[in-house]
Design a protein. Structure first.
Length: 96
């Protein structure tokens, strides 16, 4: 499994979430299999997103879409408060 892991500062969670939800169709079309959104307990102005894909190519394509279409305009990312950091990860199952 490939995960696109994204972190960035936000100014307003409800505004951020509304913008995130508007791109649900784009995520589906890009091949996102699952998504997790988290906010650190000690920093409600920070967001962590994990998007799962079948392939590195899908994750790279979607990251490019985020950089060129979403994060590049305030209309598409109204609550973005800083430069997002993103990394593409390969996940491995482990025993607990």
């Amino acid at each position: 499994m490939i995960t696109l892991h994204i972190e960035h500062a936000i100014s307003d969670y409800p505004a951020w979430r509304a913008a995130f939800d508007r791109f649900a169709g784009a995520r589906r079309e890009a091949g996102v299999l699952g998504a997790r959104v988290a906010v650190p307990l000690d920093d409600p102005q920070h967001i962590v997103i994990d998007l799962d894909f079948d392939s590195q190519e899908q994750a790279r394509f979607f990251l490019d879409f985020l950089r060129t279409t979403v994060w590049s305009t305030s209309a598409n990312s109204p609550a973005l408060a800083g430069a997002p950091e993103a990394v593409i990860l390969r996940r491995f199952a482990v025993d607990v």
